[in-house]
Design a protein around this ligand. Structure first.
Ligand code: AMP
Length: 292
């Protein structure tokens, strides 16, 4: 695996690959890798000739009171993990390489960027889209791989790719979980053993909603009420949002009959955690059929 630090080096490397007609898969990350990230690499490996991963802790996507300075940075270990998964090129730029001093150009996906996490993290998605758009320009991948874990990010990037005509396919990979169901996250390492237990409340609430959907309930308010009981029992966990929304527009849905995204975010100790569940129309009980 070659580690590249500058945009010029990436462009040269990509030009060489393109001359050989190699297809390119891009896996953007902020490092502090876990199995969730590696699942994206495996998906890219299986679909593309060359895999380019990036590690960039993007300052633009952190708010002034967020964890940018203490975000985990485990570069040497990340390199070992990426190399073992067969990453061909790792682009790991310094901040100034990606955000040159005096940069004033931003990419915004208006409206969507203010929903879900965007409502409680103003400017977050603008930071994401600005940097991801730059990575798309720099690398020019055929496919770019993102995790369903960040469901709002997926909706926003899909819209960006469509609106700005990026000639690439966005591939969304399923959420990778710990054995007990907690969604893997670089921020899970902030959790004390007690917080780690409490953090399960997010997944339990989602499972409850899934169970109620399977039992034939489709009304969003009733489904959310069922999930909220778990948060009532865990008062030290501070709920940010628990919503049932359209997976593309991120707007609230009154019911899940046509499919829906059930999304949750909560503060558990020092960590803000997110999780979600997609309800597909095919999972819904048909009217007139008995619930299983
Ligand atoms: P991050 O390093 O947190 O910016 O994440 C980089 C990519 O990994 C994003 O596309 C995330 O959605 C994805 N990702 C993070 N955690 C998971 C997970 N548990 N399962 C699947 N993908 C994930």
């Amino acid at each position: 695996m070659r580690v590249l630090r500058t945009i010029a080096e990436v462009r040269t490397a990509v030009a060489g690959l393109r001359a050989q007609r190699r297809t390119i898969g891009l896996v953007p990350t902020m490092g502090a890798l876990h199995e969730g990230h590696l699942s994206l690499v495996r998906a890219a490996r299986s679909r593309c000739d060359e895999v380019i991963a990036t590690i960039f802790v993007n300052p633009l996507q952190f708010g002034p009171n967020e964890d940018f300075s203490k975000y985990p940075r485990t570069f040497d270990n990340d390199c070992r993990l990426f190399e073992a998964e067969g990453v061909d090129l790792l682009f790991a730029p310094e901040t100034a390489e990606m955000v040159p001093p005096g940069a004033t150009t931003i990419v915004e996906v208006q409206q969507l960027q203010d929903r879900l996490d965007g409502a409680s993290r103003p400017g977050h998605f603008r930071g994401v889209t600005t940097i991801v758009a730059k990575l798309f320009h720099i690398v020019g991948p055929d496919q770019a791989f993102f995790g369903q874990k960040d469901a709002a990010q997926v909706a926003i990037l899909r819209r960006m790719v469509r609106d700005l005509n990026f000639p690439l396919e966005l591939v969304v990979c399923p959420i990778v979980r710990e054995l007990d169901g907690l969604a893997m996250s670089s921020r899970n390492r902030y959790l004390s053993p007690e917080d780690r237990e409490r953090a399960l409340v997010l997944f339990c609430a989602l499972l409850k909603v899934q169970e109620r959907v399977a039992a034939g309930i489709s009304d969003s308010a009733a489904l959310l009420d069922a999930g909220l009981t778990f948060f009532a029992e865990e008062p030290s966990v501070r709920l940010d949002y628990f919503r049932i929304v359209d997976p593309d527009t991120l707007e609230d849905l009154p019911d899940v009959r046509r499919g829906a995204l059930i999304a949750v975010a909560a503060w558990v100790g020092p960590a803000r955690l997110i999780d979600n569940l997609l309800v597909q129309p095919s999972q819904l009980v048909q009217p007139g059929l008995a619930a299983p």
